[in-house]
Design a protein around this ligand. Structure first.
Ligand code: ATP
Ligand code: MG
Ligand code: NA
Ligand code: MG
Length: 310
């Protein structure tokens, strides 16, 4: 008999669409997690649309809810905390401080940290958040960090063009942040593979080997929102919810999660392009079709996307 795992997911909320907590909650619930959902902002929709409106919760409100409510008065024991978009420097600092302390006090709490800073060379948070994330990664015990390429470059202070750069970046990351046990870097664009039209997704588990491993993922001709949030949630599931199996390595989990995410993105694309001009280049996909992907989310065991390379 396996127990139901509990996760506290601290991310953004959109009323319409599927990013942040809306991209993480349903897939985690559908895969058997008890999800406590703390929304850091409430927006009408993803900022990728031409218009959006909404508000951010204040630092005091967020701190009160976690410190006084969830871990204080209620004394809830989480198996995992999944953190993503936090709206400002102060909220990031304070909330991370509480989560970090929780993980110091109880080694059974695993922190999956998505250092949400930006994408494709552009920050979407206050630039002071970069230094705050560097501090968090230095000071706290973190089970898994999931930066995209741009975020990895900011956290290690070097740009990544080649596979060798990527390997060096992982080494630097481990030197700077030895308390981070595992790292997955999503959608690396490496010059070696620029003709193959693939993204590279690379991982490193400090307890297993000094080597990084990576998977090559065929690019879908579209821009997705929420794919990063989905991948961090599904890695949390794959690594921490044993689904009755024994604990898996990061490379096995990543292969399975990439199968899930790729299948969901492909179906999202197929459902979106139906009725659109197929000659539109790099179609902007507004929202993941998570509900239409229940059969994919239900897979157990999850197939793998392939074999990792080193
Ligand atoms: P987000 O802004 O949604 O948080 P992110 O930049 O943090 O995203 P990405 O690296 O863009 O995260 O996306 C996560 C994963 O989704 C990638 O590693 C890749 O597997 C998949 N993915 C995203 N976009 C594409 C695409 N166009 N084609 C194929 N796979 C994609
Ligand atoms: Mg991206
Ligand atoms: Na990410
Ligand atoms: Mg992201």
């Amino acid at each position: 008999l396996h127990t139901t795992k509990k996760v506290l997911s601290i991310q953004s909320h959109v009323i319409h669409g599927y990013v942040g907590n809306k991209a993480a909650t349903f897939p985690l619930q559908y895969r058997g997690w008890d999800v406590d959902v703390l929304n850091t902002v409430q927006f009408s929709n993803h900022p990728g649309y031409a218009h959006f409106t909404g508000f951010k919760f204040s630092t005091e409100e967020l701190v009160d809810i976690v410190e006084k409510g969830l871990v204080g008065a209620l004394g809830i024991k989480y198996d995992a905390v999944l953190s993503g978009y936090l709206p400002n420097v102060q909220a990031l600092q304070k909330v991370a401080g509480i989560v970090g302390q929780l993980c110091e006090d109880d080694e059974n709490v695993k922190w999956v940290l998505d250092p949400v800073l930006g994408d494709n060379g552009r920050l979407y948070v206050d630039e002071k958040c970069v230094a705050v994330y560097r501090n968090i990664l230095q000071n706290f015990r973190i089970f898994l960090a999931t930066p995209n390429q741009f975020e990895m470059e900011l956290l290690v202070g070097m740009s990544i063009h080649t596979l060798d750069d990527a390997k060096r970046a992982f080494e630097l990351f481990h030197e700077k942040y030895p308390r981070v046990a595992r790292v997955v870097v999503t959608s690396l664009e490496l010059s070696e593979f620029s003709n193959d039209n693939v993204y590279v997704v690379a991982g490193f588990d400090s307890s297993l080997s000094n080597e990084i491993f990576f998977y090559k993922i065929p690019k879908i001709n579209a821009t997705f929102s929420g794919s990063g949030d989905l991948i961090s949630a599904m890695l949390t599931d794959s690594l921490l919810n044993d689904h009755g199996h024994t604990q898996q390595t990061l490379s096995t989990s990543l292969g399975q999660v990439l199968w899930l995410v790729t299948s969901i993105l492909q179906r999202t694309y197929d459902l979106n392009v139906a009725g659109q001009d197929p000659h539109d280049s790099a179609i902007r996909i507004k929202d993941l079709k998570l509900i239409q992907c229940r059969d994919i989310l239900k897979q157990d065991p999850v197939p793998t996307i392939g074999k990792p390379e080193t």
